[in-house]
Design a protein around this ligand. Structure first.
Ligand code: ZN
Length: 298
């Protein structure tokens, strides 16, 4: 984590994180620390409506006996003066990465997870985390559920927090199942259109989106006007390092729909699956590209 932090800072990243060094998987690492989930007897289920995976089973009421990431967050806090962001899985994505043999209701289980996430988030805030981000790729798949209970569960997870909150909705890490899925989505990816209006009305502060190399029509971002936007200006699904100018172009295009003071240049998703040198170079391109646009704006 120290090394990753150092590399982020050397690359000129203003808001830093653990570099995904404290989790093996963005959902299951958190779930491993909960009671009520059986990791031994797994079940194969279809996740994100996309691919089959062997997942743990919920067999009893879920509870969080101890903090999950709080000690890690304290350590990160002690290592830097820059604002820090911490990522947790979102309630709907947690539900979609498990087999539920207990609640028999995605909504009920999401609600229980939301309460647990809220406990964890409050402790992370106390530890000095500036932005708590919930990763909700499932929002891009189950539109009706998002509007019926997904956003409500997310709002339950952020209840009472004073730090900033973010929701990250992407088209996935650069793994094969996701890149194959993207090929089936056609020329225009309009998934965000179904969920942005509700997110715009929610009390989440920041929405984190995939933009660079994606087929998301950028004008959809207008639906979020008023929110802060983390704009994905780096593709995590290939090893080609973007130029600073490419990053700047993506940011300029998005500036039509986001006020400059609300635009946070970011990567499309996490870079955990990339070789270290590639990830480092992409971070540098991100900050160099942001610097170009920042100079134009001031
Ligand atoms: Zn992502």
């Amino acid at each position: 984590m120290k090394l990753s932090l150092h590399e982020q800072q050397c690359a000129g990243i203003d808001i830093v994180c653990d570099g995904e060094q404290t989790r093996q998987h963005f959902v299951t690492t958190f779930i491993e620390h909960l009671n009520g989930v059986d990791f031994e007897n797994r079940e194969t289920v279809r996740i994100r409506d996309r691919y089959d995976a062997s997942v743990p089973r919920v067999i009893d009421a879920v509870t969080r006996p101890n903090s999950v990431f709080v000690e890690d967050a304290k350590f990160l806090r002690s290592q830097t003066d820059r604002p820090i962001k911490w990522a947790l899985p979102g309630p709907m994505t947690m539900v979609d990465t498990l087999y539920d043999a207990h609640y028999k209701s995605r909504e009920k289980l999401a609600w229980e997870f939301a309460k647990i996430l809220n406990q964890e988030a409050k402790e992370l805030e106390e530890a000095g985390v500036d932005i708590i981000q919930f990763d909700e790729p499932a929002f891009n798949v189950f539109f009706d559920d998002v509007n019926e209970w997904g956003v409500a569960a997310l709002e339950r997870a952020v209840e009472g927090l004073k730090c900033e909150t973010a929701v990250h909705i992407c088209y996935g890490y650069g793994i094969k199942a996701n890149t194959e899925w993207k090929k089936t989505l056609g020329n225009e990816w309009r998934q965000y259109e179904s969920i942005f209006p509700m997110l715009q009305r929610s009390n989440i502060d920041i929405i984190s989106l995939e933009c660079h190399n994606s087929r998301v029509p950028l004008e959809l971002i207008e639906l979020l006007r008023g929110k802060k936007i983390m704009v994905g200006a780096i593709d995590v699904a290939n090893h080609t390092v973007e130029t600073a100018d490419e990053v700047a172009n993506t940011l300029r295009n998005v500036l039509k729909y986001v006020d400059a003071d609300k635009l946070y240049p970011c990567t499309n998703c996490g870079m955990a699956t990339l070789p270290r040198e590639v990830a480092r170079a992409k971070l540098k391109a991100l900050s160099d590209g942001a610097a170009i646009v920042r100079n134009e704006c001031t």
